[in-house]
Design a protein. Structure first.
Length: 751
């Protein structure tokens, strides 16, 4: 009967599945079979470390040894587990019915792994999506006491901070070096709760009233039909907006200047932009603008460098910040304040302090230092910290308060609102990066992603069930350990409800012109080129013409040069040009600055002297900068390990270049179409040409100077130092780097 049943089964199978090559359990002699592997785990994988073998010491990109137990990067312990802590023996193979059969629904490990992966992304920030951040500490000088009683400014008081830098327009994966404003947001975890100073690297903003924010951002973001261009203002909708809303002209000229393309987050100023109100221990109020002044000075990329980096190293600023901190060059800023009397009109020297399109020149109100910020630790996990950090202009502490600036008022609504959808519920302040370092007793309960297990029965007050807890703190401000946050008791302007603005908001050009007049000739030339490039990318003639009209109100020379570049008529200014005087503090040039965390490219080849190379490297390193050896191939050259090869190096990565050889073309250089073999490797020649064109310092030792002629670099020009002793190179170079670039190398076209 068994044989009969088997035959019946075979017949049935043939009927039902005539094309099926192989019915399980029914041998078929006519269909090919595939040999199955004998080892289900696969034998082709390279050997992986075993749990009891230890793990090789990790290496960092800056060559700094990574210390600590590698097992710390695991969450807990050494064994892979499911999310519920059950140990897993195989995470590479799904549970299937036979080796070639379907996957079983029962495979919980597979389902859990995919479910979690499928939900790894959260909405990116609607603006400032692309950023990088670091931990650090802020130390008060005690000098703010006369204007502000916030404990964070007390002398010697140290407060933990987290700072996130960002671009505004681009998506999370966009390039760092685009022309844009940069965010500079600082979270102070003070003893009296979190204070967020959510600023930018430009002291003014595009609009005066927050109700226009969605409009200006819609105009700056990619066009809604094609979703291009990414992370740019060089397109029609942006220029359409700023030429129609001319209050944006002041912010726009800052963007068109070198401030729009910073060399590094470490080399940017930061500004709170709005005016805030501070209260001192006697209850007196003052109006205040916050400034971050970088220890390393304010420096920028050239436009060509910025564009090249967009391709060669889109993560340039993120890498720079991380590498500098890792290599011990901890970025520093001084926090300063401009202080203005809290007068009823909230004006200072004719400048409306509630108008965020205006700044107060430092010559009229000096920036007075009140504390120091040092960033000394990189994030451990980008998503958990940089992505999930939630800043808010409403996060204020006793002593610091908002003003009626309509831009700030709108921000106080917007940040909470956006975080609700970005972080998926109302409990984002419980995330580790947002958690205050002060005790929290908030009566906020439940909701999505609640992680606290609240005790007590009465989350309301007053109550008689939880011993009356929590209690109101006192409005008496004398004891920081017990006082509450109290809004400054200022009189609010009264009037009819209106949708209108003060008359002072109509001045859109006096400070735009002041900015232009404050720049040196080379900085002005960059502004002209930036406008010409950006408007040249617009296709709508009317928009270019309207923006030229706006420029005519700023400066006739500026307008004429941009018009010439666009091939358009120079319009006449509709109104007389506004009165304006230069503010020297607005120029980036003319001072010297400390040199730290700079990248020094050192070209080495077969003709380099190993002793020279060692002396050079050691001097650069000892002074807190990073030497990067560039050789014809990886491995060892001139007795040292090469970090970049001629194939991987590009000039934009280096702040200065040292040539220790003039290497001949390597075997990996394709033959020249002319049939003539160049004397020097053409990739080295390109390095030298670009570094020269970007006004960066060049030094040569040994045979290095022989590489200059191929790049048409003369010897007797500023910041080209030839035939130095190795020991003399770094002292000379660091002196040159203190001014960042040698602009004097080139005659400037624009006066
Ligand atoms: Fe923001 N801004 N902003 N902004 N802003 C955001 O909040 C907004 C403005 C700034 O690294 C958003 O959490 C409105 C001025 C920084 O996480 C959002 C207005 C300044 C960051 C928002 C402004 C800034 C943001 C998007 C006009 C300089 C990044 C994601 C009234 C003083 C913070 C988020 C970070 C982020 C709204 C204007 C700085 C949508 C409505 C002026 C540095 O809430």
């Amino acid at each position: 009967p068994v044989a009969k049943a088997a035959q019946k089964l075979e017949e049935a199978a043939e009927r039902l599945l005539p094309d099926t090559p192989h019915v399980p359990g029914v041998p078929s002699s006519t269909t090919p079979t595939i040999e199955e592997p004998t080892d289900p785990a696969g034998t082709t994988h390279p050997p992986a470390p075993k749990p009891d073998q230890g793990t090789p010491a990790p290496v960092s990109p800056t060559g700094v040894p990574v210390t600590g137990d590698p097992l710390d990067s695991a969450q807990q312990g050494r064994w892979l587990t499911t999310a519920t802590g059950v140990r897993v023996h195989d995470t590479d193979h799904s549970l299937t019915a036979g080796r070639r059969g379907p996957t079983l629904l029962q495979d919980h490990h597979l389902r859990e792994k995919l479910m979690h992966f499928d939900h790894e992304r959260i909405p990116e920030r609607v603006v400032h999506a692309r950023g990088a951040a670091a931990h650090g500490r802020f130390t008060g000088y005690g000098t703010a006491a006369s204007i502000c009683h916030a404990g964070v400014f007390d002398e010697g008081k140290e407060t933990a901070v987290f700072v996130r830098f960002s671009t505004v327009l681009g998506s999370r994966g966009s390039a760092d070096t685009v022309r844009d404003t940069r965010g500079f947001a600082t979270k102070f975890y003070t003893d009296e709760g979190v204070w967020d100073l959510v600023g930018n690297n430009i002291p003014v903003f595009f609009i005066q009233d927050g109700i226009k924010f969605p409009d200006v951002i819609h105009a700056g973001k990619p066009h809604p039909d094609r979703e291009i261009p990414q992370a740019q203002s060089a397109h029609d909708t942006f220029w359409d907006f700023v030429s129609l809303h001319t209050e944006a002209q002041h912010h726009t000229i800052w963007n068109m200047s070198d401030r729009g393309i910073p060399r590094s987050y470490r080399m940017m100023e930061g500004f709170g932009v709005h005016t805030f109100r501070c209260t001192n221990a006697d209850g007196e109020t003052n109006l205040v603008k916050f400034h971050w002044k970088p220890k390393l000075g304010v420096h920028s990329l050239t436009w060509e460098e910025a564009q090249m980096l967009g391709g060669f190293d889109p993560d340039f600023h993120r890498r720079d910040l991380y590498d500098a901190i890792e290599s011990g060059a901890h970025p520093e800023w001084e926090l300063g304040v401009q202080v203005f009397p809290d007068t009823p009109d909230q004006m200072f020297e004719g400048i409306d302090l509630l108008d965020s399109t205006k700044l107060v020149p430092e010559e009229l109100a000096p920036v007075q230092p009140i504390g120091r910020l040092v960033l000394d630790a990189n994030p451990t996990n980008f998503f958990a910290e940089v992505e999930q950090v939630a800043f808010h202009t409403g996060h204020l502490v006793p002593g610091i308060d908002a003003t009626d600036d309509p831009l700030l008022q709108a921000r106080n609504f917007s940040y909470l609102d956006t975080q609700l959808s970005r972080l998926g519920g109302p409990n984002f302040n419980q995330l580790p990066i947002n958690r205050p370092h002060a005790p929290v007793n908030d009566m906020l309960r439940d909701g999505m992603h609640q992680t606290a297990v609240h005790g007590g029965a009465a989350p309301y007050r007053p109550n008689s069930l939880d011993g009356g807890c929590p209690f109101h703190a006192t409005t008496d401000q004398s004891d920081p350990a017990t006082r509450a946050f109290v809004e400054a008791a200022v009189t609010v302007a009264e009037g009819r409800k209106v949708r209108d603005q003060p008359a002072s908001y109509d001045d859109h050009y006096s400070q735009t012109r002041m900015f232009w007049l404050s720049l040196t000739p080379v900085e002005r030339e960059h502004v002209v080129r930036a406008y010409t490039f950006e408007l040249g990318k617009c296709y709508e003639q009317a928009i270019k013409e309207r923006q030229l009209l706006a420029l005519a109100q700023v400066d006739a020379d500026l307008c004429a040069q941009v018009a010439a570049g666009l091939g358009l008529e120079v319009p006449t200014a509709a109104e007389p040009l506004p009165e304006a005087a230069p503010s020297p503090a607005l120029s980036q040039l003319g001072a010297t600055w400390p040199v730290e965390g700079r990248m020094i490219g050192i070209v080495v080849g077969a003709g380099s002297d190993a002793g020279d190379v060692e002396v050079l490297r050691d001097a650069v390193l000892a002074d807190g900068n990073v030497p990067l050896l560039i050789g014809p191939h990886g491995g060892e050259v001139a007795g040292a390990t090469v970090q970049r090869t001629f194939a991987t190096a590009r000039s934009v990565e280096f702040d200065a270049l040292v040539l220790t050889d003039a290497p001949v073309p390597g075997p990996d250089v394709p033959p020249s179409p002319t049939g003539r073999t160049p004397d020097v490797d053409p990739r080295v020649t390109l390095l030298v040409e670009e570094v020269f064109r970007h006004a960066k310092a060049i030094a040569t030792v040994g045979r290095g100077a022989e590489a200059l002629p191929a790049a048409a670099v003369p010897r007797d020009v500023p910041a080209v130092l030839t035939d130095l002793e190795a020991g003399a190179v770094w002292p000379a170079l660091s002196k040159l780097l203190a001014t960042h670039r040698a602009w004097e190398r080139f005659p400037v076209a624009v006066g």
